[in-house]
Design a protein around this ligand. Structure first.
Ligand SMILES: NC(=O)c1ccc[n+]([C@@H]2O[C@H](COP(=O)([O-])OP(=O)(O)OC[C@H]3O[C@@H](n4cnc5c(N)ncnc54)[C@H](O)[C@@H]3O)[C@@H](O)[C@H]2O)c1
Ligand SMILES: [Fe+2]
Length: 386
């Protein structure tokens, strides 16, 4: 058995209506002022109202920062940190998708009055160090798993993203209440759901750190996501299925926090950077071609996942591996997402640049089960072009 180290958020509260537990979580610590970090869409839909009600019920002073943008650019992160510093906050609540939660993590770190580091110093693995403010994360998409990962992803240039990865970013509490995800539009439900599935698949085939514990999480995550994605796409109000998706994406987050993701994410990032497509959508675009590319090295794992998803499926490793890839293609076909680059008005002449940029994602590429060259990456982009 491969050696492993497993870390996660110490307090995970999950269930429909579990947002009410926030009252106890906050009351126990006698905080003086909370910052709710979210984006304008969430405020517009008044999704944050139950949280404001709780602040009021327990008499906790609070303030909202709602300027978070999807795939948060560095300047937004810096503005948010400055805002929090001026307000003398002692607890940060990240409420939203991965973008809001990722920024909340960095605010909790950099807005601590005794923190000496600045943003440029903490990119990379294990650069960010204590102290940080108290941090509570409440996901409203079933996708990134950011509520249980030690990762924050920042858009650092026109087309580049960098990660801050450090155990100090594990939140104190994560609350998973799918009542918030009920109104998630179908295209975001689909894209974020595929992202979560990719986390589980890539953790299960992670080259350097695949381990028994992460496998257990990845398998349970994939089962939940697989069994519930089509249900929530058909009926967004199916709260039981929504809660299963939310727990599935959290388990996938725990899996890849410990057995990191590979080439699907590495090839997805340049697409998001250059063409402002959502993180989940870009994963969906490259998923099946990367699975086909990885199959020579990873077919045993894909075959295992196929038998997990459908215990009746039989055949040799190659056959089960092919079935798994077809199975994921079916999910993509049902997702309603545009799956060809040409149909997204992307010029074919951009593909070599995408392949070059993908090669820069060395942190991710080292986790891929098969070594991937720039030429391979180009062939994958060409295969999804038209
Ligand atoms: N930290 C990590 O471990 C990790 C992992 C994967 C991805 N990421 C990052 O997370 C970000 C993507 O996050 P995401 O896919 O969750 O999307 P997001 O946070 O960017 O949100 C996308 C959109 O969905 C809307 N939205 C969110 N919840 C909603 C709800 N319940 N109802 C209606 N609308 C809602 C938001 O307002 C926003 O417009 C990217 O920056 C990506 O790089 C982080
Ligand atoms: Fe992802």
């Amino acid at each position: 058995m491969n050696p492993f180290q497993f870390q996660t958020v110490p307090n995970i509260i999950a269930g429909l209506g579990s947002i009410q537990e926030l009252k106890n979580v906050l009351s126990e610590k006698k905080y003086s002022k909370a910052l709710l970090v979210t984006d304008a869409g969430m405020i517009q839909h008044e999704l944050h109202q139950p949280i404001l009600d709780i602040f009021q019920q327990i008499g906790l002073q609070s303030i909202i920062y709602s300027d978070i943008q999807a795939d948060p650019p560095e300047h937004i992160v810096l503005e948010a940190v400055d805002f929090a510093k001026q307000e003398k906050i002692d607890v940060i609540i990240g409420f939203g998708g991965g973008s809001s939660m990722d920024v909340a993590k960095i605010i909790a770190l950099l807005a601590h009055p005794e923190q000496q580091q600045n943003l440029s110093e903490i990119y990379g693995v294990n650069q960010a160090k204590a102290p940080r403010l108290a941090l509570i994360l409440i996901p409203t998409t079933s996708g990134t798993g950011s509520e249980v990962t030690p990762i924050s992803i920042v858009t650092t240039g026109a087309t580049t993203k960098m990660g801050v990865v450090s155990p100090i970013l594990y939140a104190d509490v994560a609350i998973l209440d799918a009542t918030f995800t009920q109104g998630l539009p179908a295209h975001i439900t689909a894209a974020t759901g595929i992202d979560a599935m990719v986390h589980a698949i890539e953790a299960y085939t992670s080259n350097l750190k695949k381990n028994f514990y992460a496998d257990m999480l990845a398998k349970n995550a994939l089962k939940l996501l697989n069994n519930n994605l089509s249900k929530v796409l058909k009926n967004g109000s199916d709260l039981e299925a929504r809660q299963n998706m939310l727990v599935g994406s959290m388990l996938a987050g725990q899996a890849f926090a410990n057995a990191p993701v590979g080439a699907v994410h590495a090839l997805a990032y340049p697409l998001g950077g250059h063409f402002h497509l959502s993180h989940g959508h870009t994963n969906a675009l490259v998923l099946v071609e990367v699975l086909k590319f990885n199959a020579p090295q990873a077919k045993r794992y894909y075959a295992e996942l196929m038998q997990l998803l459908d215990p009746r499926s039989t055949g040799c490793t190659d056959g089960l591996c092919d079935l798994f890839i077809d199975h994921m293609q079916n999910h993509l076909d049902q997702s309603g997402l545009t799956l060809k680059l040409k149909d997204l008005d992307i010029a074919e002449s951009k593909l070599p640049q995408l392949a070059r940029d993908a090669m820069l994602q060395t942190r991710l590429l080292q986790n891929n089960p098969r070594e991937i060259t720039e030429k391979d990456a180009l062939q994958i982009y060409q295969a999804i072009y038209s």
